[in-house]
Design a protein around this ligand. Structure first.
Ligand code: BMA
Length: 323
């Protein structure tokens, strides 16, 4: 019913990373964070592994590192990069990488025994160190950091999930800022789900914002509830995940100044709609703006593989800014 925008090109080598390229136990490779630092692309990918490999018996989640010189072909490290599972924390997943003033930060969804939390950690150039800076109260996740301080404060988008007040899967995108990445406040609503015409359920942040002359451009995830059916590995699955795109005000990023009212990316390709763990899922995790004005959009497909789509920055801006 809904189609991807014409300005989007799926990369001909999609999916660009799958479990086949991972030399250790790996089954579902998706929802990666990517950054280009000093000319090298770094990807932290989510790996949901099964025991034994290749079975449908999910056994855990770790995070792998892959590097690339062109953002398309990847070298995967020989070992998983990290797996966090210590007492209260069950696992971390869906990493989002941001560089602010030369420091590298990762936002994670953190599964704990007492709810899902949004965690922010500082790391170093080889992504080995994980120094936790802050962890939200449950239930919150999908945090993304802005690439610079705004009005003197660090800023993030986030997605609390207030089941009591909004109902199951009716969730929105929120904003908070912080003097130090530890204490977050000034929280406000950014994009309520009902403002997005093709959504009948929830929205949430996806790719960390990039700065443009018009504003902060950011891709979000947008969910439609559909009648549950057997889809993928589970007996019933009743959702479709799209990528949406919007523009936020440069000085007041709580303010949406442009929203594309149709999906940027809708599940259409075979690797998005067939044979995956959960088909019909597109979940962006990064947008990289190249010097020639191309934007690389990295996204998880079907909760199974990692993909790349490209678009021209000017086209993405035009989608958001024209009514
Ligand atoms: C969300 C998260 C994502 C996942 C999506 C689709 O709730 O768990 O990591 O990609 O569902 O299954």
């Amino acid at each position: 019913m809904f189609q991807s925008s014409k300005v989007i090109k799926r990369h001909p080598l999609n999916p660009i990373l799958t479990e086949k390229s991972v030399p250790y136990d790996a089954d579902l490779i998706f929802n990666a964070g990517v950054q280009k630092i000093d000319g090298t692309y770094y990807m932290l990918f989510r790996n949901d592994y099964c025991a034994p490999r290749g079975s449908h018996n999910l056994a855990g989640t770790n995070i792998g590192l892959a590097t690339s010189k062109d953002g398309v072909h990847w070298d995967v490290d020989p070992e998983p990069h990290f797996e966090v599972s210590d007492g209260e924390i069950k696992r971390v997943y869906d990493p989002r990488i941001q560089v602010i003033d030369g420091e590298i930060y990762i936002c994670f969804a953190v599964g704990t025994w007492h709810g899902i939390r949004g965690g922010i950690a500082k790391t170093d150039k080889d992504f080995r160190k994980l120094e936790w800076i802050s962890m939200s109260a449950p239930d919150n996740r999908n945090m993304v950091l802005f690439p610079e301080k705004i009005n003197g404060k660090f800023a993030r988008l986030e997605r609390p999930f207030p089941v009591y007040s909004r109902g199951y899967d009716q969730f929105d995108i929120w904003y908070s800022d912080s003097p130090d990445l530890r204490y977050w406040g000034n929280t406000d609503l950014v994009l309520p789900a009902e403002k997005v015409p093709y959504v009948n359920a929830k929205v949430g942040p996806a790719a960390p914002p990039i700065k443009t002359k018009e504003g902060w451009l950011t891709a979000f995830h947008a969910v439609r509830a559909v009648p549950p059916k057997k889809n993928g590995w589970e007996d019933t699955w009743g959702k479709e995940y799209y990528a949406g795109i919007m523009m936020l005000d440069l000085k007041d990023p709580k303010k949406v100044i442009g929203l594309y009212e149709e999906p940027l990316l809708a599940p259409e390709a075979d690797y998005e709609t067939k044979g995956g763990f959960r088909n019909d899922v597109i979940f962006p995790g990064a947008m990289i703006l190249e010097d020639d004005g191309e934007v690389k959009i990295y996204y998880g497909a079907a909760d199974t593989v990692e993909c790349l789509a490209t678009a021209k920055l000017d086209d993405l801006i035009a989608l958001c800014m024209k009514k």
